[in-house]
Design a protein around this ligand. Structure first.
Ligand SMILES: Cc1cc2nc3c(=O)[nH]c(=O)nc-3n(C[C@H](O)[C@H](O)[C@H](O)COP(=O)(O)OP(=O)(O)OC[C@H]3O[C@@H](n4cnc5c(N)ncnc54)[C@H](O)[C@@H]3O)c2cc1C
Length: 403
């Protein structure tokens, strides 16, 4: 009763300034975020910018770079310190992915896949023993991680997967293939979801931790991609691959449900990746619009260009709000199913639109590789596809608002 009275007293009088501040939405970056942003800007200027077009051209996945990112704590951003990680929350994570992607989306994609898919799956669902074994290696990038859900015939419809794991004593025997797997070849460890029950049963799939070198487990073809070319994408092949039951994450049959939860967080990654690409393309276009003169004036003086810049900046700001809102909910342990889908849907479409506008602002120079925007344009498109296409995000959002 006393609590009811107190509550009524508090809510019936006007809020004090201190209480209002407590309830206010804070749009300021934290000191940690500012520190991470500056560290990444310095790192990118020295380690990424000078080499990224060579990596892009040759499709090189620069493993050493990821070790350096690991030594900065950026490959285990969300991993608690007791497992060798940085112990940060989602705000810092979003800042990390967006800042790297502002320079090179393909490095941003690999950092995101490593942090939120493979490492994220183990962090959320693995046993203490598995965490102690794998997280310290992953958080420092001593090992690169991969995550295998997609198959050649089942992408959006991942629950229909055909890779099977048949129980044989204390082992499971895996047969099948996964495709489009980030770090499928260079990763030392992969979390792989395979069928252990009947097709159509969402409880018929199980997640396994599989190490490189396990007999019957190999990487297949490396994809030749439109963009994100420094991020390695390959097939994974399983031929009578025997995995001990101690490598199962959680219990048998929990793999698909776990994967959907991992993807809820993963969508925040791709939304942050999109935000970074959009911001990078915008920065370049803004700069160029002031330098490039036509008809004796900078092109930014033409309303056709300045209004385009205004639209680009506004869309980026709106995307940022959605991304940080879902990061905030995730930090507070709340459901982000709808919110991360909205952030991913909107930010990825914005990345494509802004990169397209940036190329337009650069004119002919936007179409050649001496200027940065053609790469942003190519990299951006992945964001509307990976970790659930835009159409699948709309499915998730509509299911949530119609239930
Ligand atoms: C560079 C890259 C990296 C990737 N990394 C990984 C990884 O590390 N691990 C992993 O597991 N996967 C990875 N993927 C796979 C990625 O998640 C899938 O490509 C994606 O989920 C789409 O699946 P799909 O390519 O089979 O397309 P499909 O599912 O075949 O879709 C084709 C089209 O049909 C539409 N469509 C499908 N179903 C519906 C529906 N119900 N309603 C409306 N439209 C629909 C889609 O939106 C799309 O436009 C990666 C992909 C790429 C390109």
């Amino acid at each position: 009763m006393i609590f009811v009275i107190l509550a009524i007293q508090i809510f019936s009088r006007p809020m004090t300034v201190a209480e209002k501040l407590d309830h206010a939405i804070d749009f300021e970056e934290s000191e940690n975020q500012k520190m991470i942003s500056q560290m990444i800007r310095d790192f990118c200027a020295k380690e990424i910018k000078p080499k990224m077009m060579d990596w892009d051209e040759s499709q090189e996945f620069p493993v050493d770079l990821f070790r350096k990112l690991g030594s900065l704590g950026l490959m285990g951003v969300l991993v608690p310190e007791e497992y060798g990680g940085s112990g940060f929350g989602y705000h810092e994570y979003v800042t990390t992915i967006a800042e790297i992607s502002r320079v090179d989306g393909s490095i941003g994609l690999s950092v995101a896949a490593h942090n939120s898919l493979c490492t994220g799956h183990i962090l959320q669902f693995a046993s203490e023993e598995q965490k102690l074994k794998y997280l310290p290696k992953l958080a420092t990038a001593e090992w690169i991680g991969a995550w295998g859900l997609t198959e050649p015939n089942t992408g959006s419809d991942a629950g229909n997967m055909r890779t099977i794991a048949i129980k044989d004593g204390d082992h499971y025997v895996l047969n099948g293939a996964k495709n489009f797997i980030t770090h499928g070849k260079s990763g030392q460890v992969a979390v792989v979801i395979a069928r252990t029950g009947s097709v159509g049963d969402s409880r018929g799939m199980t997640a396994f931790i599989i190490e490189k070198g396990t007999p019957g487990f190999s990487a297949g073809r490396k994809e030749n991609k439109l963009g994100m070319r420094a991020s390695e994408t390959t097939e994974l092949i399983f031929t009578d691959c025997r995995i001990h039951k101690s490598q199962v994450i959680g219990g048998e049959g929990e793999g698909f449900v776990q994967a959907l939860k991992v993807l809820d967080g993963g969508r925040i990654s791709i939304a942050a990746l999109s935000l970074g690409i959009a911001q990078g393309a915008f920065d370049a276009a803004l700069r160029y619009s002031k330098e490039r003169h036509q008809f004796n004036q900078p092109i930014s003086a033409f309303q056709g260009i300045s209004f385009k810049l205004a639209d680009m900046a506004t869309k980026i700001e709106a995307a940022k709000l959605l991304v940080y809102r879902s990061a905030d909910l995730k930090n507070r342990g709340m459901s982000v199913n709808k919110e991360s889908a909205m952030a991913k849907l909107y930010a990825s479409e914005v990345a494509v639109e802004v990169a397209n506008d940036a190329v337009q602002i650069f004119g002919g120079y936007g179409y050649i590789k001496d200027y940065p925007v053609e790469k942003f344009y190519r990299d951006a498109k992945l964001c509307t596809i990976g970790e659930g296409t835009s159409e699948i995000q709309k499915l998730v959002i509509s299911r949530s608002i119609l239930k």
